[in-house]
Design a protein around this ligand. Structure first.
Ligand code: PAF
Length: 276
């Protein structure tokens, strides 16, 4: 496995690699959700590149950029075990030099959910992913369903900007009690960790209601909200039942929908979702 830290090195190496290239962009502190993406990329491509880069531009000024967990040596060990060919670990200086002034702004689908709660977040995500795609030039890129809106944003960007990259999506990997794997779970103390299962419970409630024939999206939202409010450590940011493609809120569950939510458990903001 080669660890590449500069842009010129990455570009030179890329020319020598067997194609198709499978690419997994990450912010590191890898968990089983990331490793499921890497394993699939390994099965489907002769070359696998993983990037590890905590992108400052997708964090708001009062968010957790400084405290975001970082453990590069452990990440490299895990990636080596998975048989990854190249790990790209760029620096802030190279990714965002002082004269940097071009951004990728995906409209509409970014107006809701995470886009509404975290202004500028998806501009940061789309810009860094576009930059990484230009540097790595993958045939396929792999993302987790846990960040369902991010997947829609990236698919939109790839289609609109004719990038010709296949976007592969893997299901959310969960702990045994249903909590979606996330690097941010490491912020939770034991009491918060227990309380965090309320996200999965609320999503399962939505799914059970739907499977029982419930078609009223508003009623479903309120049942989810009531359940979360029973957990004293939880503070709701949003609870959404939206069109699975546009992410516009639904009144009636008369088409494929996405139940999603953002909830603070203590100081930790967690997100999760489930297709209905
Ligand atoms: O999902 C993530 O970890 C990040 O948003 C990504 C796609 C690596 C861009 O920084």
């Amino acid at each position: 496995m080669v660890v590449v830290k500069t842009l010129p090195e990455m570009r030179a190496l890329r020319q020598q690699l067997d194609t198709p290239v499978g690419f997994v962009p990450t912010m590191g502190y890898l968990h089983l959700g990331h490793l499921a993406l890497v394993k699939r990329a390994r099965r489907e491509n002769p070359t696998v590149i993983v990037s590890v880069y905590v992108n400052p531009c997708q964090f708001g000024p009062s968010e957790d950029f400084a405290g975001y967990p970082r453990e590069l040596n452990r990440d490299l060990e895990l990636l080596q075990t998975e048989g990854v060919d190249v790990v790209f670990v760029p620096s802030d200086d190279e990714m965002y030099p002082p004269e940097f002034s071009s951004w990728v702004d995906v409209e509409k689908v970014t107006e809701h959910l995470e886009g509404a709660s975290r202004p500028g977040h998806f501009r940061g995500v789309a810009t860094i992913v576009a930059k990484l795609f230009n540097i790595v030039r993958p045939s396929r890129a792999y993302f987790g369903e846990k960040d369902a809106q991010q997947v829609l944003v990236i698919k939109r960007m790839v289609a609109d900007l004719n990038m010709g990259i296949e976007i592969a999506v893997e299901p959310t990997v969960r702990e045994s009690d249903g909590l979606a794997m996330s690097s941010r779970n490491s912020y939770l103390n034991p009491e918060e960790r227990r309380a965090a299962t309320v996200l999965f419970k609320a999503l399962m409630l939505a799914r059970q209601l739907r499977e029982g024939g419930e078609e009223d999206a508003e009623k479903t939202r309120w049942r989810m909200i009531s359940l979360i409010q029973e957990e004293p450590l939880a503070r709701i940011d949003y609870v959404s039942i939206a069109d699975a493609e546009t992410l516009e809120e639904l009144n009636s569950l008369d088409r494929p929908a996405l139940a999603s939510l953002a909830v603070r458990i203590g100081k930790t903001r967690l997100i999760d979702n489930m297709p209905l």
